[in-house]
Design a protein. Structure first.
Length: 188
């Protein structure tokens, strides 16, 4: 899973993309913090806990559909955090009285629409990756090397698959052999 931070109205929203299921997971507390216009994370967390309790008593499936994934926190450590898909978040947004509810719905719809466009035209996801790396201060040379390296890796793993090599341990073993040949034997 890849953690790809996003922003809504200048506030960070932590999100993770699960490539296996092609699902975006968003931090519920981050969205609650935006909706409730809380500057303090702990206050937003308490609001979410109370809302979760209330929705649970009402029998809402929205709470049941939330999962917990480790996401990076402000201190740089990863903590289990309640996350939800865009669909579940849209249901939760309806439970929070806020003037920001409609803009959040539009933002979630935009994220979903962009992902659908990227599925139809993968070049768009490459452009997004390039922009993200530029925002993180990576040089054009670094970005090009990274993209070329990924393309080379994809061709290599496709070749391995075509010749009966299984993903998982066999890929890891071959990757390790290549790395050792490139970097020299590991010194202990």
């Amino acid at each position: 899973m890849k953690t790809l931070p996003a922003e809504f109205d200048g506030q960070p929203i932590r999100r993770v993309y699960d490539e296996g299921t092609e699902t975006w997971w968003f931090s519920v507390i981050d969205v609650v913090q935006v909706l409730t216009q809380q500057a303090d994370y702990q206050t937003a967390r308490k609001y979410w806990n109370k809302l979760k309790e209330r929705l649970g008593k009402e029998g809402s499936e929205s709470v049941t559909n939330c999962h917990r994934l480790k996401l990076p926190a402000a201190d740089g450590k990863n903590y289990l955090t309640d996350v939800a898909t865009a669909e579940t978040l849209l249901r939760l947004v309806q439970s929070i009285p806020s003037p920001k509810a409609e803009p959040i719905k539009l933002w979630l719809a935009k994220v979903g629409y962009e992902r659908m466009q990227e599925l139809a035209d993968p070049a768009l996801s490459l452009d997004r990756a390039r922009q993200t790396w530029q925002q993180h201060g990576r040089s054009d040379k670094w970005i090009q090397q990274r993209m070329t390296g990924q393309e080379t890796r994809d061709k290599l793993t496709d070749y391995w698959s075509e010749h009966g090599i299984q993903k998982g341990n066999e890929f890891a073993i071959l990757t390790n052999i290549i790395h050792q040949e490139w970097s020299g034997p590991e010194k202990v």
